[in-house]
Design a protein around this ligand. Structure first.
Ligand SMILES: [Fe+2]
Ligand SMILES: [Fe+2]
Length: 193
């Protein structure tokens, strides 16, 4: 577990207050996860594992887009437009401009986004499962959560060989503190982050 903080207990009530908004944001999170993975394939096709690991990851994220879309459709909703993700933007603002630090930071930022998504999808799974009206949603979030945990590990595995182990550990610790700070500064809303 790389996260250094836990989501506030009040978060679920705010996140689930507007289901249409939450599911729309979730759909765009999955889309951006797929796009981010493919953009790393575009920039780093020569790096060992990049094309295979991130190509598969993008494929899985795209399947999540389709699943969230189906869930919206069953409720008679169309996805709303994307809104800026201040959480991801603040994390990506920490990415340094030179290699191999740039790739290292991109992979670590992605690992933290996946790890936080995993934590929050578990909270959604538990919260929705507790109410008879939203049991289906609970099962859905439970089924997606395990994938996001695997994705966090995949990004960490790709990051590990890029720099010496102590340097990588220092940067992981930096992102762990920074991620918690960024999250703590954001209001609770009907969105994943
Ligand atoms: Fe996903
Ligand atoms: Fe993911």
């Amino acid at each position: 577990m790389i996260l250094s903080s836990s989501t506030h207990p009040d978060w679920f009530a705010a996140a689930s207050a507007d289901l249409h908004a939450l599911l729309s944001d979730h759909l765009h999170c999955e889309r951006k996860a797929a796009e981010n993975a493919l953009s790393l394939v575009r920039r780093y096709p020569h790096r060992p594992g990049t094309v295979d690991v991130l190509g598969r990851l993008a494929h899985e994220e795209t399947s999540h887009v389709v699943q969230v879309s189906a869930l919206l459709g069953r409720r008679g909703w169309v996805p709303r437009a994307d809104t800026p993700n201040h959480y991801a933007r603040a994390l990506l603002a920490e990415v340094r401009g030179h290699e191999p630090e740039r790739l290292l930071d991109c992979l670590l930022a992605a690992a933290f986004i996946e790890a936080r998504s995993h934590e929050r999808l578990i909270l959604l799974a538990r919260g929705f499962a507790a109410s008879p009206d939203t049991v289906e949603l609970g099962g859905f979030y439970r089924s997606l959560a395990a994938a996001e945990e695997r994705h966090a590990d995949a990004f960490l595995d790709l990051a590990a060989p890029l720099v010496p182990a102590d340097e990588g550990a220092d940067r992981l610790a930096f992102f762990s503190v920074r991620e918690a700070e960024i999250l703590a500064a954001l209001p609770h809303a009907s969105r994943i982050h």
